[in-house]
Design a protein around this ligand. Structure first.
Ligand SMILES: *Cc1c(COP(=O)(O)O)cnc(C)c1O
Length: 472
């Protein structure tokens, strides 16, 4: 493809992207497809390269787009907001266009330095002190894995350069709760911690926040038994019910045992941009690492996950490689982000944040987050006021967990559970709205995650109508 052919085709593609945003509401939220439906529309053997860009766009529209769940749809209330602001998409296009190779500072000084600038802007916008240094990881799962490695090496005094974790001879413990994200356990196992050494600390039965006194007791017992408390992963805004683990107590208990504290605020971290919400993040300054995803509620297109570290030199020691072909002429003056994570090559992700913050601005994000918080509070109050409907967990931010318990089902908790799964599925399959059913206390409830960029109050009014209609 020549640059002139590219120019023409790219203009068409950008028009298509803009049109899709304009008419997003006319489409289904959940696509009407079965597993294999997309595959069956593709030729089984590779193409020979005779398609035009116009034909590609037609196929994108006819074959690919109908198989996409429309998470930009205002009736998307599933999982979490996966906002992709158009300003950040411009940055993503710019990132592809500049076509940088991010393997070292030298391979693209601007890739490294724009990243340093934007992660520091976000640090300030979140009210974090200047003791934190940041990096963009692809996802919060990767950030958690990186924290697991860093904690492991701190707990073992860098066993990786000698006998390794297995040769260290003491058990290394990980602490989390039943509400901790699935990526926490996965990261622990991948980083070489034993499943038997992962401690699941009890949670408060209503808030689902970690019970700090139990953390203290379990850590003390592990230490007495000759083990080493290596890392606590504290959830600030857990996935199912937005639990907030008591961080001030956790950092003090972990500190007494020398354990690393990683804060998983993947979804909720955006709320740090609201000064009036910062009290929910108290204690964060005393953690060792923080991760949160601008690619969720804040609205920077995937994959943009921020990770902040109090002691990046420790991480660099754990992660660094210095083969001769990457050796730098700048010595220690330049940041080498390859030593802050797992991949060598990185994309120019910082452009997405640069574009979004510069064009839309932080205030537009704050206005939107406050709108969503108001909408969630309003929605919860409507549910509470409706007969036989309950809000089954505290509304800490923008997620409302609901259950319908019609009197005819009586106290049969299994029937109530099945009923909730059934009405949520019926709405989801209708394509009119999408919500995620979730397990709570052994039964199905339905999570309504408010916060898609395009969702306004009247969309929640419509959702209430759909719920009453389908559950009735
Ligand atoms: C979404 C989420 C994750 C995982 O985020 P990825 O960036 O998709 O890896 C982890 N923890 C919490 C609390 C989340 O909400």
């Amino acid at each position: 493809m020549t640059p002139e052919e590219f120019r023409a085709a790219a203009h068409e593609l950008v028009d298509w992207i803009a049109d899709r945003r304009i008419d997003v509401e006319s489409r289904r939220v959940l696509p009407d497809v079965r597993p294999g439906d997309i595959v069956s529309q593709f030729p089984t053997s590779p193409p020979n390269g005779d398609s035009t860009a116009a034909e590609m766009l037609a196929d994108l529209e006819a074959v690919v787009a109908p198989g996409n769940t429309e998470v930009q749809h205002p009736m998307h209330f599933g999982w979490f907001p996966a906002n992709a602001s158009l300003s950040s998409i411009l940055g993503d296009i710019a990132s592809s266009g500049i076509s940088a190779l991010g393997i070292s500072w030298e391979s693209s000084p601007s890739l490294t330095e724009v990243e340093e600038v934007v992660v520091d802007w976000l640090r300030q916008l979140c009210g974090l002190s200047d003791q934190w240094s940041g990096v963009i990881q692809d996802t919060a799962s990767t950030a958690c894995l990186v924290a697991m490695f860093a904690a492991r090496e701190r707990a073992t005094d860098h066993a990786q350069i000698g006998a390794g974790t297995l040769g260290f001879g003491k058990r290394l413990h990980v602490y989390t709760t039943s509400e901790g994200h699935s990526s926490v356990r996965k990261a622990a196992l991948l980083a070489g911690y034993a499943a038997d050494d992962i401690r699941v600390i009890d949670v408060d039965p209503w808030t689902r926040d970690m019970i700090a006194s139990q953390l203290g007791a379990v850590m003390a017992a592990d230490t007495a038994a000759g083990g080493v408390p290596a890392i606590v992963v504290a959830s600030l805004g857990s996935t199912a019910v937005t639990a907030f683990d008591p961080l001030p107590d956790i950092v003090s208990i972990a500190g007494a045992h020398g354990a690393w504290v990683h804060v998983d605020a993947a979804m909720a971290g955006a709320a740090m941009m609201l000064p009036e919400r910062r009290d929910q993040f108290l204690g964060i300054e005393d953690a060792d690492s923080i991760s949160w995803n601008p690619h969720k509620w804040m609205g920077t297109i995937l994959d943009t996950s921020l990770m902040y570290l109090r002691d990046p030199d420790h991480l660099i020691r754990v992660m660094s490689t210095n083969p001769s072909y990457l050796r730098s002429t700048t010595g220690g003056e330049a940041t080498q982000y390859r030593d802050w994570g797992i991949p060598l090559g990185r994309r120019f992700r910082a452009l997405k944040l640069w574009y979004q913050l510069s064009i839309d601005g932080p205030e537009s994000v704050r206005v939107r987050l406050r709108r969503d918080l108001d909408n969630a509070t309003w929605f919860a109050s409507q549910i509470t006021a409706m007969e036989h409907w309950d809000v089954v967990a505290p509304v800490r931010l923008q997620t409302v967990c609901v259950r319908h318990a019609p009197p005819e089902l009586g106290c049969d908790s299994e029937a109530v559970s099945d009923h909730n799964l059934a009405w949520a599925r019926a709405i989801n399959e209708s394509g009119q709205a999408f919500m995620s059913p979730s397990r709570l206390d052994g039964g199905w409830i339905v999570r309504v995650s408010v916060g898609t960029e395009s969702t306004e109050r009247h969309h929640l009014e419509r959702l209430l109508e759909l719920m009453v209609e389908h559950a009735g």
